[in-house]
Design a protein around this ligand. Structure first.
Ligand SMILES: Cc1cc2nc3c(=O)[nH]c(=O)nc-3n(C[C@H](O)[C@H](O)[C@H](O)COP(=O)(O)OP(=O)(O)OC[C@H]3O[C@@H](n4cnc5c(N)ncnc54)[C@H](O)[C@@H]3O)c2cc1C
Length: 424
């Protein structure tokens, strides 16, 4: 049953429908598919095939009435509730799902479009996202600094009905296989930095955009840097008012911090593997031959404790934000906890492997590549805004402590001293 005239599908009805479809149509999750931190991809062709498979999965879920569960029906969603989305996530545990579409396509990009897009923008893009036709990326960070988001120097200049964009964005995950991006650009240099920004939708294949790939320590080439030279886009691609991009940006970052708790993300309950990371630690302990080792058992216990506390905190803070008992900035608490826990568990797993994690053979099972994950573990505290910035937000916006000193709050942005951009 889908929605009826008399009311929406009950949670039980929805669960039964989702369970039946998932079991009939989705393959079991590949335990190795979504674990690991920016591990080296096999080949570009394999990655593109995986992206296409994700698009097809998304399309199949759309056709089955399981895409955009809590997105309004006028934009192609199911018009159900966040509780229905959680039911779907529960039922997906242990099955494949369109992982590459969740972040950042649904969260934060689709969420920002829903909050700030015009009717025309929402009707054009949200259904296309739900059908797996559009993958979106976020162009926030710049070579001259990612934490100081409001310090963006990528510039958009009005030209009749168009805007001309020039500048560079960096660390854009997956831009080389994506279709669209949300881009924060400076539209006014004569006002303080937070007041001269505007957000635009940018087609990544537009003339004037060069996407360069960055090779990381792990060998992964998923990160990109984009160079924009006289990229012309129509004013209809603007999101929100001119120079009011900071309003959009703060909400954008809120959605980004919510990520796995977002009512728009379809992610198997527990984590992308469909269970808590304790299972992953147990797999490694088994394959490293350490299941009976008391030290290893302590590490397994620590993992389970971290997972329990993280989940309870997510539940509690999420609930408090929903009822208004805590403001949206409390999402920084979840971001901080996620970063610290993910980093620690990745370290625990490496400790569990002993020497095998540093030098493995292909037939070492769950131990394979754990050394690479260890090298990349710190990215959990950087991606989506650093944990240091989360701490600042918690102290200032949640606990009401004094604001960090700033040298440029009332100065026209063009007069603020800036260092030479790095990495560009
Ligand atoms: C896996 C991954 C995926 C990413 N994906 C994307 C993406 O898709 N799109 C995108 O736009 N960006 C992306 N990023 C970039 C990410 O958002 C930035 O790296 C991050 O915001 C930090 O910016 P930065 O690297 O310029 O560090 P900086 O801002 O130069 O900071 C350097 C260090 O100083 C600290 N610091 C800076 N200012 C303060 C302050 N005021 N108080 C306390 N400490 C401070 C920071 O916390 C950090 O430790 C990604 C990063 C990673 C690791």
């Amino acid at each position: 049953m889908t929605q009826t005239d008399v009311g929406i599908e009950t949670l039980d009805e929805f669960r039964a429908r989702a369970r039946t479809w998932i079991r009939a149509n989705l393959a079991p999750a590949d335990p190795a598919a979504h674990i690991g931190v920016l591990r080296k991809e096999t080949s570009d062709d394999d990655e593109l095939a995986a992206v296409d498979h994700n698009r097809a999965l998304q399309r199949a879920m759309f056709d089955a009435g399981l895409a955009g569960v809590s997105i309004p029906r006028e934009y192609g969603g199911q018009g159900l509730t966040p509780a229905h989305q959680r039911v779907l996530n529960d039922e997906l545990a242990g099955f494949e799902y369109p992982a590459r579409l969740q972040a950042p396509t649904f969260v934060p990009c689709a969420a920002v479009l829903l909050d700030f897009g015009t009717e025309e923008q929402k009707k054009q893009h949200i259904p296309a996202i739900l059908r797996g036709e559009e993958l979106w990326m976020q162009m926030l960070s710049e070579p001259s600094g990612g934490s100081d988001v409001a310090g963006a120097v990528t510039t958009a200049v009005r030209d009749g009905d168009d805007w001309i964009l020039n500048g560079s964005k960096i660390w854009t995950t997956g831009a080389w296989w994506s279709d669209w991006a949300l881009c924060l650009a400076r539209t006014n240099w004569d006002v303080p930095k937070h007041r001269g920004l505007t957000v635009f939708m940018v087609p990544l294949k537009a003339e004037g955009i060069e996407v360069h790939r960055i090779e990381m320590l792990s060998g992964s080439r998923e990160f990109c840097q984009e160079f924009m030279t006289d990229v012309r886009i129509p004013d209809s691609y603007r999101i929100g008012e001119v120079d009011a991009g900071w309003n959009v940006g703060t909400r954008w970052m809120f959605h980004e911090r919510m990520l796995l708790r977002s009512p728009y993300a379809t992610v198997p309950a527990g984590n992308s593997r469909g269970g808590s990371r304790t299972e992953e630690v147990l797999d490694v302990a088994r394959d490293a031959g350490r299941l009976d080792d008391p030290l290893a058992r302590d590490l397994i216990g620590e993992t389970e404790t971290l997972e329990l506390v993280k989940n309870a905190l997510q539940q509690r803070v999420g609930q408090a934000m929903t009822t208004g008992a805590m403001n949206d900035q409390a999402a920084s608490i979840l971001r901080l906890m996620h970063g610290d826990v993910a980093t620690r568990i990745t370290t625990i797993i490496y400790e569990m492997t002993g020497a095998g994690g540093a030098a493995w053979d292909d037939d070492d099972g769950a131990v394979v590549e754990r050394g690479t994950d260890f090298l990349m573990r710190q990215s959990f505290t950087i991606a989506g805004g650093t944990t240091e910035m989360a701490r600042n937000t918690i102290s200032e916006r949640v606990l009401g402590m004094p604001r960090e000193r700033s040298h440029d709050p009332n100065v026209a942005f063009r007069d603020v001293p800036r260092g030479a951009p790095a990495g560009g």
